[in-house]
Design a protein around this ligand. Structure first.
Ligand code: F3S
Length: 372
C-alpha cells in the first residue's frame, strides 16, 4: 500500500494535482506476458503479497485464451507465466475477466464519476460516451489508484480540460469500419486533440471502434459527437478550427494501413466484439460453408459476451475460433503468422510494430467473404 501511495502521490506531484479524489472503479492494462515480460510478472507477484484493491477493478486482455491456449498454439512456458500474472491479479482482488470492453460486461462507470482507467480505447469510451472521468492511466498507475481507492485530481478530471479543440465535419458513414478509419485519420492528423464530430451518428459499436482508433493513431482520450455523446450539447464551438473528413479520407486511411495481400490470419474484435457484433457476424455466415482456402480465423471477444451468445458462437466456430480473454495484438501471433487481415484501424496500427505483421485492412463484409 505504501508503494501504491508513493506512486499515486508522485504522479500527482508531476502533474501539479491539488489533491487526491476517490474513484469508483479501475481498469488495468499490463496483463499480457508478451507486453510486460518477466519484470512485470515480478512486480505483480511482489505487489500481490499483501496489496488488495479497494474498488471494482477489471483487467485488459491477456496474451492467450485462458482456457483454450493450447489450440491457439501458445507455448507452455508462455502460458505458465501468463497464468501466474492472472493469479497475482486475482490475489489482489481484481476481476479477471480479461477484456478491453469491461463497460459492456459489468464495469460501467456512471456519468460524472471519477475512475482510474488504463487501456486507451476503453478510457476514451468511458470519458466520451459514458461521461465518467479518467486520465490516460498507465497499468501501474491504475493499479496503484485501485489499491489506494484514489487518484490525483488533474488533467481530464477537470472540466476545462474536456472541452473540444477542433470541430470535425464528417460525411455520414454506414459501415462500422468507416468509423474506425475516420478515427484513425482524425487521431493521425490532430494527435491529442479533443474532437467534436458533426454529421455522424455512430451507435455504441461505431463509438467504441472510433475511440480505439483515435487513441492509437493519436492520443485522443475524450471526444464529443453532436447529438450522441452526453456532454455534446453543452460545448462551445465558437472560434474552433473546422475540418472536413469525407469518403476520400477514409479510402486513403484504409490504403495507408494495408501493407500485405494474402492474410494467413483473419482477426476481428478490436475492441472486443459486442453481443450485437456477434449477432451481425453470425447472421452474415449462417447457412454458408467455410471456404476450403480460408486462413485461420479469430473472433475476439470477452468470455461474458461469448457466454451470452451461445447460438452465435456455434455458428462462428464453424469458421474459426471464438477466442476469449485475448486479442490479435497482445497474443504472440508473430510466432505463427506473417500477414493479418482485420477491420480495426487500431489493430492495423499496432500489428506491424507489436506483432511483425503485414496487414490487410478490410470491412467485415469483405473479411467474411474470404472465409465463407
Ligand atoms: Fe482491445 Fe486488443 Fe484492440 S486490447 S482495443 S482488442 S488491441
Amino acid at each position: 500500500m505504501q508503494r501504491a501511495m508513493e506512486l499515486v502521490v508522485a504522479l500527482g506531484r508531476i502533474y501539479d494535482a491539488d489533491r487526491l479524489i476517490p474513484i469508483t472503479s479501475a481498469h488495468l492494462s499490463g496483463v499480457s506476458f508478451k507486453t510486460i515480460g518477466e519484470g512485470g510478472l515480478d512486480f505483480l507477484e511482489e505487489m500481490s503479497k499483501d496489496a488488495r484493491v479497494k474498488v471494482h477493478t477489471t483487467l485488459n486482455p491477456a496474451g492467450m485464451d485462458l482456457a483454450r491456449w493450447g489450440e491457439m498454439g501458445v507455448e507452455e512456458s508462455f502460458a505458465q507465466r501468463q497464468l501466474a500474472i492472472i493469479k497475482a491479479y486475482e490475489k489482489m482482488g481484481v476481476t479477471t475477466n480479461c477484456t478491453c470492453t469491461p463497460y459492456i460486461t459489468g464495469n460501467a462507470p456512471k456519468s460524472g464519476e471519477a475512475v482510474a482507467w488504463a487501456e486507451s480505447s476503453a478510457l476514451s469510451y468511458v470519458n466520451s460516451v459514458l461521461g465518467a472521468r479518467t486520465n490516460r492511466e498507465g497499468g501501474p498507475g491504475a493499479l496503484a489508484a485501485a489499491i489506494i481507492g484514489k487518484t490525483p485530481h488533474y488533467g481530464l478530471h477537470l472540466e476545462e480540460n474536456r472541452r473540444p479543440t477542433v470541430v470535425i465535419e464528417a460525411e455520414v458513414f454506414d459501415e462500422i469500419t468507416d468509423y474506425s478509419l475516420l478515427g484513425h485519420a482524425v487521431g493521425q492528423r490532430f494527435g491529442a486533440a479533443i474532437p467534436y464530430f458533426k454529421g455522424i451518428r455512430p451507435d455504441c459499436n461505431g463509438l467504441k471502434t472510433m475511440a480505439a482508433a483515435m487513441a492509437a493513431s493519436g492520443s485522443v482520450a475524450v471526444f464529443h459527437v453532436e447529438g450522441v455523446t452526453p456532454y455534446s450539447s453543452s460545448q462551445d464551438l465558437k472560434g474552433l478550427e473546422r475540418v472536413r473528413f469525407d469518403h476520400q479520407d477514409i479510402k486513403k486511411a484504409k490504403e495507408s494501413l494495408t501493407t500485405g495481400k494474402d492474410p494467413d490470419l483473419i482477426a476481428v474484435g478490436c475492441p472486443h466484439l459486442s453481443q450485437m457484433e456477434m449477432k451481425m457476424l453470425a447472421s452474415m455466415l449462417d447457412g454458408k460453408r467455410p471456404r476450403s482456402d480460408s486462413p485461420e480465423v479469430w473472433f475476439c471477444t470477452s468470455r461474458t459476451v461469448r457466454t451470452w451468445c451461445p447460438k452465435e458462437t456455434a455458428v462462428l466456430e464453424r469458421f474459426g475460433k471464438v477466442v476469449c480473454d485475448t486479442c490479435m495484438i497482445v497474443a504472440p501471433i508473430e510466432s505463427r503468422h506473417r500477414c493479418t487481415a482485420t477491420n480495426s484501424a487500431k489493430a492495423c496500427n499496432y500489428l506491424p510494430s507489436l506483432c511483425s505483421q503485414k496487414v490487410v485492412c478490410a470491412p467485415y463484409a469483405e473479411l467474411m467473404g474470404r472465409i465463407a
